[in-house]
Design a protein around this ligand. Structure first.
Ligand code: MTE
Length: 346
């Protein structure tokens, strides 16, 4: 995000809302068929006609991989998002192809297409998360133990990057609070910190001489933010298992904050009494804050924040829309920041 880049997105299709709504109805009714869809989930296949279209758009690097059977089974029983805000938005969905080819995941490189092009060696099975700090149930947990007791649900959220582009993403996952509570954070836990995997063998960005991040990528939330019902852990999108470039096997989604808070491929959760030093604050504290709430009134030195470019776009058509305070989720989260000067705590 430090370097301004030319726009490199390719022309793409829009998934019509009607198609997606039909798919959601299908998800409600056809759990048996979803088993097949989930097994094929790594290629973006969901169901019937749209599933084939998604498969055609799936990155080549995902073809041929298959999730472990316990995970595929979980994808047969996903609770669809309700039909109203805040867990759903009627805005046009960003197509699968754009969500999975226009990424920021610096562990794979700095360009938007590096994560999709360079993540074919990335392994998510086996995967474990180490839980440390102010919690009664600290320890190492494997992914299966973490996910097994959790019910998967769908959330359609806006994602707004500080670089002033945005998407609408149908995530699959579970509330962050449901996960954190299982570790029984103590009363001393005022913040929660997250870290991403660092694997030089499969993540070419971490050994690059152009790397700007002091790995591992780190993010954090205040505990009351983390416990807000909007905060979400995604394990999938568009009804399928999360592709590597979007943060497989599990990533944070905090829809009222700039995208850089939504840390990918999490391997560590640390409960702490003090505010953690997050990667972007560490890099440039005058530009990136710990809170990073979407705010059209507080501009970044290089990107105005009152408008956003909604993806997809083509060379000839760009859609700019007004950015809303807290990315349109003020009713759910404004109370968390009562009395705080948002220009100081940006
Ligand atoms: N997490 C890690 N580990 N590494 C990253 O480079 N980039 C962040 C965030 N999470 C990043 C990350 C930024 S800047 C954004 S905008 C979002 O991921 C982008 O998510 P997406 O690629 O799924 O759209």
């Amino acid at each position: 995000m430090l370097i301004k880049k030319p726009d490199d997105i390719k022309p793409s299709e829009i998934t019509p809302e009607s198609v997606y709504r039909n798919r959601r109805e299908f998800m409600k009714d056809s759990s048996k068929l979803m088993l097949g869809a989930a097994v094929a989930g790594m290629s973006g296949m969901v169901n019937g006609q749209e599933g084939d279209a998604l498969k055609a758009r799936a990155p080549a690097s995902l073809e041929g991989s298959s999730p472990p059977s316990w995970l595929a089974k979980k994808f047969t029983d996903i609770k669809p998002a309700p039909d109203s805000e805040p867990f759903f938005t009627g805005e046009t969905l960003t197509p699968y192809r754009d969500i999975t080819n226009y990424n920021n995941f610096y562990e794979f490189g700095m360009d938007k297409d590096h994560p999709s092009r360079r993540s074919d060696k990335f392994q998510t099975d086996p995967w474990s998360i180490v839980v440390t700090g102010e919690a009664n149930k600290a320890g190492r947990y494997n992914l299966e133990d973490i996910l097994k007791p959790l019910d998967l649900e769908e959330r359609v959220y806006r994602l707004r990057c500080v670089e002033a582009w945005s998407m609408v993403v149908p995530w699959i996952g579970f509330p962050l609070a449901d996960l954190l509570q299982r570790f029984e954070p103590s009363s001393k836990a005022k913040y929660v910190e997250f870290e991403t995997l660092v694997d030089p063998e499969t993540m070419p960005g971490v050994t690059s001489r152009f790397a700007i991040v002091d790995w591992p990528y780190r993010e954090g939330l205040r505990m009351d933010e983390a416990m807000n019902p909007l905060a979400f852990i995604a394990v999938g999108l568009y009804g399928s298992i999360l592709p590597a470039q979007n943060g497989a096997p599990l990533r944070l989604v905090v829809p009222w904050k700039y995208g850089f808070k939504s840390i990918k491929s999490i391997v560590r959760i640390n409960f702490r009494e003090t505010q953690p030093l997050t990667s972007w604050v560490d890099l440039q504290a005058s530009e990136y804050g710990f809170y990073a709430n979407v705010n059209p009134n507080v501009h970044h030195p290089r990107w105005r924040q009152d408008k956003e470019r909604r993806l997809p776009q083509t060379l000839f058509s760009r859609k700019y829309i007004d950015t809303r305070l807290f990315n349109g989720y003020a009713d759910q989260v404004a109370h968390l920041y009562e009395g705080m000067n948002l220009s100081v705590y940006y």
